[in-house]
Design a protein around this ligand. Structure first.
Ligand code: AMP
Ligand code: GLY
Length: 416
């Protein structure tokens, strides 16, 4: 089959590597892609949030499958436009992508479906914000209601900071603080059948020991040796299937990748958020362990035939990825610096670009690249991932030193 992959971050580089090594994928195109993706796909220029342009490109390259990486094109209706051309697309409709695009909508669906999540109030002014904050003890959780690339959430003990974030966003969701280790579970679905991938853990804060502001994600690992044995079964039964049923009942079935962000609380798993696409950087580790050819799996989901797909096969061992971020990330990343070591095996490109004059690799975004590695166990994978990162130089860059450290040391405790 001929595949067009939309996007150009680390997640898309990881997707591209696995699509390229699927024997059923005979041609791989990526738009806009990045210098890493260029090693395995033919790059095309397109405005990823222009539905007409993307559908036109899919026709032009005779795509049998379009895989949409980021959330913005989904919310903009790109999947709908491609599907209207009769081309299979992995990614939900704009209506269904509201599970990610609107926190209020996601809460409505969860409430209707009886999905366990934090109690929450949507607030649009100072009075309703104050009333909502009164209902909770600190830490306060204040979320921008729209898409915010992982940076719209403030978790703080300081009521003034919570109120200031609410004022800045305009429309926010204020919710109960969920205490417990976080898990990201990716589920591939055609709207009816749902296939879970391996649970992973992401590191959202910029600094070691979860210090500093939230980011898009600074590292990840899988599998989770400390997770309850029945976690995936419980989440499929209590979260995923009720949500998919509710979306079908509304006439807007969710097909694509349902990303369930969970906290494992003393009362069991609780949903922190839904996303409508693969997570970044969790995808880098989950796909590093997937043995089943990716193109066939995503095509089955995109064409409603997931029920006939064979069970997934996983490599033994573990995978770790460590994000190298630009100076100033997340507040104001500096770009345009020269990167060395960016061609090593295990480097997944995110915000990189080639200098036109000499082809040098430059930083071009906040999260610049990640060092990803597998190993027979988590400690070995972690050592290997840091080895990759130490082989990269980028002036002013920073990375967390503690990715997967607590799990390796057996320091993650389940509450209750
Ligand atoms: P979100 O954009 O909803 O994923 O939130 C980003 C991060 O903020 C999450 O990964 C959590 O670390 C934190 N967070 C969000 N909601 C809550 C909550 N209700 N309780 C505790 N932490 C939260
Ligand atoms: N890793 C968090 C996200 O993709 O939203």
């Amino acid at each position: 089959m001929r595949v067009l992959l939309l996007g150009g971050g680390g997640r898309e580089h990881a997707l591209a590597l696995r699509l390229a090594d699927d024997p059923s994928v005979e041609a791989l195109f990526a738009a806009p892609g990045n210098p890493g993706i260029a090693g395995v796909a033919e790059l095309r220029a397109v405005d990823p949030v222009d539905p007409v342009a993307v559908a036109g490109l899919a026709v032009e390259v005779s795509a049998d499958l379009v895989v949409i990486g980021p959330e913005a094109p989904l919310v903009a209706g790109v999947a709908d436009a491609v599907r209207a051309k009769g081309i299979a697309v992995f990614g939900p409709s704009a209506e269904a992508a509201r599970l990610e695009g609107s926190k209020t909508f996601a809460k409505e669906v969860m409430t209707a479906a009886g999905v366990p999540t934090a109690r929450a109030y949507t607030c649009t002014d100072e009075a309703s914000t104050a009333a909502a904050l009164d209902r909770f003890d600190p830490p306060y959780v204040v979320k921008n209601d729209g898409l915010a690339a992982g940076k719209g959430v403030v978790v703080t003990d300081d009521r003034a900071v919570a109120e200031a974030h609410a004022r800045e966003c305009g429309r926010v969701v204020i919710e109960e603080y969920l205490s417990g280790p976080e898990v990201s579970l990716f589920v591939v679905t055609d709207g009816e059948t749902a296939v879970p991938l391996l649970p992973a853990q992401d590191f959202k804060r910029v600094g070691d020991d979860d210090s500093g502001p939230n980011t898009g994600g600074m590292g990840a690992y899988a599998p989770l040796s400390w997770a309850p044995a029945d976690l995936v079964d419980d989440v499929m039964r209590d979260v995923v299937h009720p949500t998919l049923t509710e979306m079908r009942r509304r006439g807007t079935p969710f097909a694509g990748l349902l990303y369930v962000g969970l906290a494992i609380t003393a009362d069991g798993p609780r949903v922190i958020e839904f996303n409508a696409r693969f997570g970044d950087p969790e995808t880098q580790v989950v796909l590093a362990l997937l043995e089943t050819p990716l193109g066939g799996l995503l095509h089955a989901a995109a064409s409603g035939s997931l029920v006939d797909h064979p069970p997934l096969r996983w490599r033994a061992g573990a995978a770790v990825t460590v994000v190298v971020a630009a100076e100033g990330y997340p507040a104001g990343p500096r770009t345009g610096d020269v990167i060395t070591g960016g061609e090593q095996p295990g480097v997944i490109h995110a915000g990189t670009a080639r200098r036109a004059t000499d082809g040098a690799l430059l930083s071009a975004g906040g999260r610049v690249l990640c060092g990803t590695a597998t190993g027979p166990d988590l400690a070995a994978a972690r050592d290997a991932a840091y080895q990759v990162v130490r082989g990269v130089t980028l002036s002013g860059s920073h990375y967390r030193r503690d990715i997967a450290a607590a799990a390796v040391d057996g320091r993650i405790a389940l509450p209750g």
